[in-house]
Design a protein around this ligand. Structure first.
Ligand SMILES: CC(=O)CC(=O)C(=O)O
Ligand SMILES: [Mg+2]
Length: 215
């Protein structure tokens, strides 16, 4: 296993999991999946603290989705679930910013979610979190506030598919590389944002971030 330090500059492909919490699937009227639902964001979606989340032109319903991010530590192809955690290099807090109006339109027409999920600034991310700071990724409080008001408050124990299962499943179809980010899905409480809103989000007391929304 390569040294963790090299992953402080993570920022490779972004693999996202949808509907990994029952209550979030329910709040959007979606069925609970029997296998992971996957989509990708381009690397141009990343922003870090100090950069603003931009409401994409024409979007009328920008939503926040706070998620546990897993940073891949070594190349993973077709790995067994029992071995999968060895491929974790560390963690990050990620926001899967979503143009919900565009996503609804895409869903209605059977189109992909790339625009709704992959626009510039759609992946605000914390600094890299060393792997040993999160000894059990299946039991981490995850929360998000907008202008000081709690909107999302969950725990990763409620994920339908575990981190190990996700890595194993994804790696059957495409290779995960060092520096890739896996966003593991959002708990319930997603809501609409407007220009000027201040988002604060965190993973337990391990990390917290703040981002401003701009039109
Ligand atoms: C309905 C969604 O946007 C799926 C998703 O991204 C999630 O985190 O769940
Ligand atoms: Mg999401």
């Amino acid at each position: 296993m390569a040294k963790l330090a090299q992953f402080k500059d993570f920022g490779k492909k972004i693999v996202c999991v949808g509907r990994n919490y029952r209550e979030h699937a329910a709040e959007l009227g979606n069925p609970v999946p029997s296998k992971p639902i996957l989509f990708l964001k381009p690397t141009t979606a990343y922003i870090s603290e100090g950069q603003a989340i931009k409401i994409p032109k024409g979007c009328t319903d920008l939503n926040h989705e706070v998620e546990l991010g897993v940073v891949i530590g070594s190349r993973a192809t077709n790995v067994q679930e029992s071995e999968a955690m060895k491929y974790v290099g560390g963690y990050a807090l990620g926001l899967d910013m979503t143009a919900r109006d565009w996503q609804a339109e895409a869903k209605k027409n059977g189109h992909p979610w790339s625009l709704a999920k992959g626009f510039d600034t759609s992946c605000p991310i914390s600094a890299f979190i060393e792997k040993d700071k999160i000894p059990n990724p299946e039991n981490v409080d995850i929360w998000l506030k907008v202008n000081g008001e709690t909107r999302q408050s969950g725990n990763t124990k409620d994920m339908i598919f575990s981190v190990a299962h996700l890595i194993s499943y994804i790696s059957q179809f495409f290779t995960l590389e060092p520096g890739d980010l896996l966003l593991t899905g959002t708990p319930a409480g997603v809501s609409k944002l407007k220009s000027g809103d201040i988002i604060q989000a965190g993973l337990g007391d391990v990390v917290n971030v703040q981002f401003t929304v701009q039109s």
